[in-house]
Design a protein around this ligand. Structure first.
Ligand SMILES: Nc1ncnc2c1ncn2[C@@H]1O[C@H](COP(=O)(O)OP(=O)(O)O)[C@@H](O)[C@H]1O
Ligand SMILES: CC(=O)N[C@@H](CCC(=O)OP(=O)(O)O)C(=O)O
Length: 259
């Protein structure tokens, strides 16, 4: 069966519309099994501010101390994941929340402990666990906390990177990044598609900045892993009506938009 990974950003979790959930139903009707990975950056920042901790990011990745990691897991697993599962259930989907560190679902190693602290990059995904759930018609909703297998240490993973890694590991056909804008804006307009060369140029000249950077870089890595399609779409509107997609398609080297 065709699989699709949907990454839901923290920027949009509280604003998902009925039209967005209708698009999910369309995907299921077109034979897609859905797998969610969620973010929650704004919720984490809110909780950290209660502890008077200033967020610090390097290239879109949160510098994560031991104390910050505790807050990240508390918020993502205990609050954000619950919120998304509840919404999906409310719309009639069979969603099941999973912490990425459970059952070796997401396994990772430190990226650079000196500069980023407890931040990881995924080395392995327990795709069997995901398959067991999707084959039963359930929708896994994955929190981007991973485990370093050798030590049992938990690591904070950027949700965009986690989604791309899951998509590659389960052989997903597509990966969709759901966020608070309708796609990638270039000179005040949403563009239909961007290719690798354009992405690199737009990052360099500042057209693509901040939270959009991990999205486009992980989109490129997902395409390198063999996915057919990666899109950036808004959670405020319908993004698929059974025929057409709305948003920005990221195109790998060998792809043209008409394919
Ligand atoms: N070229 C661009 N087009 C659209 N949005 C962009 C662009 N460059 C940066 N952004 C920013 O990226 C944001 C989405 O990233 P982020 O806030 O991290 O979302 P999420 O929580 O969904 O991952 C947009 O709200 C916008 O401010
Ligand atoms: C390492 C790292 O940056 N982890 C992210 C995990 C959440 C996330 O990615 O949330 P969004 O998708 O809403 O940005 C963080 O701590 O914010």
């Amino acid at each position: 069966m065709k699989k699709i990974v949907i990454k839901c950003g923290g920027s949009i979790l509280d604003e998902l519309t009925p039209a967005f959930f209708a698009s999910l139903r369309e995907l299921q009707d077109h034979g897609y099994q859905l797998v969610f990975v969620h973010g929650g950056g704004p919720d984490i920042n809110k909780m950290l501010s209660m502890y008077q901790v200033e967020p610090e990011f390097h290239n879109g990745l949160r510098k994560t101390t031991k104390e910050t990691l505790e807050v990240v897991e508390l918020v993502l697993s205990g609050q954000t994941n619950r919120k998304l599962v509840q919404k999906l259930t409310g719309y009639g989907f069979q969603a099941i929340g999973l912490n990425g560190s459970d059952g070796g679902l997401l396994q990772a190693d430190f990226i650079d402990q000196d500069s980023l602290g407890f931040v990881g990059e995924i080395t392995q995904v327990n795709d069997q666990l995901i398959s067991i759930l999707t084959q039963e018609g359930m929708i896994p909703v994955i929190t981007p906390i991973a485990v370093q297998t050798a030590t049992g240490q938990k690591l904070n993973i950027n949700a965009d990177y986690a989604a791309a890694a899951v998509a590659g590991a389960i052989g997903a056909e597509q990966c969709i990044f759901v966020t608070d804008v309708e796609g990638i804006m270039v000179e005040k307009r949403i563009v239909h598609s961007v290719n690798k060369e354009q992405v690199e140029k737009y990052i360099e000249d500042g057209t693509i900045y901040g939270g959009m950077i991990p999205k486009v870089t992980s989109a490129m890595s997902a395409l390198d892993k063999g996915l057919s399609s990666v899109m950036i779409v808004s959670g405020k509107a319908a993004f698929f009506n059974g025929k057409e997609w709305k948003g920005t398609k990221i195109i790998g080297k060998e792809w043209s938009y008409n394919e």
